[in-house]
Design a protein around this ligand. Structure first.
Ligand code: NAD
Length: 486
């Protein structure tokens, strides 16, 4: 078992550019904090605009050779990366708990989930084919082939430090694209450890480059403006996604956007209430509520709302709060004090508009960014908590009486990432699949992410899909050739 100190001592702290680890060009560094203590874990290189440009240069230089590498060989590197990740599972899990705060058991779950993208796309690489056929007029041959789009810029958020990176890197590499990865400054260590893992798996120099920086906007804008870049894939908040889409317009850059969510969790009167409660707790409190897929609005039939609220309150009050490394902890710290302040403000706003607070809802005094998980009921329409992404452990209940009301409430948001529905009525379930404006739906389940499935949203939750057979196509362009009959 590696200790925290041993692990931190061996994490690379430089920028990874062109196959080499280097300091920032101006020598600057940034501290990575442990949200459980507020103290620095380690200090790493803080990339400058010049470092960003050097990373893109390296990705551009490596592009032609990587695209020419046989798909099977690309897939085998991804498969070796998958195997190495299993070997290093404990270290990656501990690293994520240290820099992000999630309970160790959940960090382990992320190693599994994040790793599956490596395995899935190692297999998909070899499945890329085209089409060949005679045109309908019988006068020519039509050839349709798939080409890698070229060098890519991948920007990831702090909440799933491994999975958000592998969900982009694996399909990019499988498709034959090179990468500049810019992880979030709050949790960059996992990406640095992962870059080292890719080296150990045999990835050639320059194919993946990692720049950690506190100067995201300054570093990113010139990369996005560079006509050699052919693809931007971003996961993060809708506001930043909108700004990046505007920047991408000048070069008509291919983009994928995995943005925020405001997931409804609808429980009908015919639901299996025990299953709905388990699903609700998983959908709400996984990752300490800091997931784009987190249930944000519990829309519960008025005949069962009181029982549901009482039972989830009891479960929430029994949750163990503490540092993610401690045995049995279910609620770790939030990412920083700003996140705590946001949750407190959302709870106070809801209460000021008439909601009842059943438990929690306050900052926990002392070291680290802790917040007492909260349950609210009777949340009034117009409350901030129904419009904004909470990104924290607050379970907010409002009620409905008819199916039409439930659908209208669920769709009453500019987001459309995921919706959860609990019902035992098959006909109703089918109607809801049709009626909900959502990219994904959990039907009688509270957790749905899977590397083999297309992940993504509609409306302001994003553009494009990650994972599944769809995921690799985000990194490919279709080329059509007409030739005389053979
Ligand atoms: P964020 O938008 O603040 O940051 C995301 C990334 O963008 C980080 O790497 C950040 O450094 C970078 N960034 C910020 N401003 C930038 C700019 N102007 N130019 C270039 N890069 C910039 O989001 P966050 O707080 O890290 O993550 C939380 C958000 O991510 C939530 O809204 C959540 O819903 C969303 N998210 C979405 C998905 C999904 O798959 N749809 C998954 C996880 C998280």
């Amino acid at each position: 078992m590696t200790t925290e100190a041993e692990l931190l001592a061996k994490i690379p702290t430089g920028l990874f550019i062109g196959g080499e680890w280097r300091d920032a060009s101006d020598g600057s560094t940034l501290d990575v904090l442990d949200p459980a203590t507020g103290k620095a874990l380690v200090s790493i290189a803080d990339a400058t605009v010049e470092d960003g440009a050097a990373a893109l240069d390296a990705a551009v230089a490596a592009q032609a050779d990587w695209a020419a590498t046989p798909a099977r060989a690309r897939g085998e590197i991804l498969r070796r990366a998958f195997d190495l990740l299993q070997e290093r599972r404990e270290e990656f899990a501990l690293l994520m708990t240290l820099e992000m705060g999630k309970p160790l058991a959940e960090a382990n779950g992320e190693v599994t989930y994040g790793g599956e993208f490596l395995r899935w796309f190692s297999e998909e690489a070899a499945r890329l084919t085209g089409r060949y056929g005679t045109n309908p007029e019988g006068t020519g041959t039509m050839i349709v082939s798939q080409q890698p789009v070229g060098p890519t810029f991948l920007i990831t958020p702090w909440n799933f430090p491994l999975a958000m990176a592998t969900r982009k890197i694996a399909p990019a590499l499988a498709a034959g694209c090179t990468v500049v990865l810019k992880p979030a400054a709050l949790t960059p260590l996992t990406s640095l450890a992962f870059a080292q893992l890719l080296v150990d798996a045999g990835l050639p120099a320059g194919v993946v480059n990692v720049v950690t920086t506190s100067r995201s906007q300054e570093l990113s804008a010139p990369i996005i403006a560079d006509s050699r870049l052919r693809k931007l894939s971003f996961t993060g908040s809708t506001g930043v996604g909108q700004a990046l889409l505007r920047q991408s317009a000048d070069n008509v850059l291919r983009t994928s956007m995995e943005l925020g969510g405001n997931a409804p969790f609808v429980i009908f009167e015919d639901a299996d209430l025990d299953a709905a409660i388990e699903g609700a707790l998983a959908a709400k409190f996984r990752n300490i509520g800091q997931a784009c897929t987190a249930a944000n609005r519990f829309i519960v039939h008025s005949s069962i709302a009181e029982e549901f609220t009482a039972r989830v309150t009891e479960r929430v009050q029994a949750m163990k709060i503490g540092r993610g490394t401690e045995e049995g902890v279910q609620i770790g710290p939030l990412i920083d004090d700003r996140a705590v302040a946001k949750c407190v403000a959302l709870v106070n706003d809801a209460v000021s508009r008439g909601a009842t607070l059943h438990t929690g809802g306050t900052a926990i005094e002392g070291e680290g960014s802790y917040f007492a998980p909260a349950v609210l009921s009777g949340v009034a329409p117009g409350s901030d908590i129904l419009r904004e992404e909470i990104f924290g452990p607050v379970l907010a209940v409002s009620t409905f009486d008819t199916e039409a009301e439930a659908i209208a409430a669920a769709n009453d948001t500019e987001y459309g990432l995921v919706s959860y529905v609990f019902t035992t009525d098959q006909g109703r379930a089918q109607r809801l699949i049709g009626a909900l404006e959502t990219g994904m739906m959990g039907l009688n389940v509270g957790v749905l992410s899977n590397a083999a499935a297309p992940f993504g949203g509609v409306k302001q939750s994003g553009i494009g899909r990650e994972g599944g057979s769809e995921g690799i196509h985000e990194y490919l362009s279709t080329k059509y050739t007409m030739a005389p009959l053979g």
